[in-house]
Design a protein around this ligand. Sequence first.
Ligand SMILES: Nc1ncnc2c1ncn2[C@@H]1O[C@H](COP(=O)(O)OP(=O)(O)OP(=O)(O)O)[C@@H](O)[C@H]1O
Length: 237
Amino acid sequence: MPSLLEVDDIAVVFGGNRALDGVTLTAEAGRVTGLIGPNGAGKSTLFDVVSGLRRPVTGKVVLGGRDVTRAGPARRARHGLARTFQRLELFGRLSVRDNLLVAAELGPDRRHAHRVVAEIVERLGLEAVADVSADSVSTGTARLVEVARALAVRPTLLLLDEPAAGQDAAETERFAALLRSLADDGTAVLLVEHDMELVMNVCDTVHVLDLGRVISVGTPAEVRRDEAVLAAYLGQS
Ligand SMILES: Nc1ncnc2c1ncn2[C@@H]1O[C@H](COP(=O)(O)OP(=O)(O)OP(=O)(O)O)[C@@H](O)[C@H]1O
């Protein structure tokens, strides 16, 4: 079966800096794929390329068998892509529930938006905060609300940019179980995360980026003992 997401030979240049240089990777339906690397490796830039926020100078992005390299973010969203951002992007004055409703009303189940939101609130354990304003919840909870909002559009490909930043240990453990269950439902999850324990516990495959290039691909156990990966992380200031 073809991969749900195929990223082929992507290059992005900022001034004289090649932020991405020949990056190729795939993400499969029903799998959690990790994307790790030291600060500045190019992870967020790759997410921007995949979600349509940044046009690469070379390369191709194929989503569900469709070449979307020239499609904007809205069209990619209609083809099943949802993402979260490293910086929280919630509507602070809206309730948690209304943040989800705004998204659900754009999704394929828009006619049943209230039901979709109720299901997600329950699945993610957000009942206690559903009716408070998004800017009054803890950072850990806000991260979960961002994921909930991404789920409200019923994505087939979910890009998560450091979703566990600011979560405590118990929240991260619950979050790991959620990621596994999303994959079990058939979602392709692409995860950028600095919490290595989470990455090692939940990912089926891990891609390691360093200075804009993929330096290692494999199971968590394989990349953990790859000397190129160890050297990249040791070289980090
Ligand atoms: N808008 C921009 N203009 C110029 N350079 C940029 C821009 N965005 C990113 N860069 C550069 O591109 C490279 C990759 O940055 P990127 O943010 O994608 O890395 P990252 O792996 O997500 O890092 P982190 O783990 O710190 O979030 C870095 O050298 C960064 O300074």
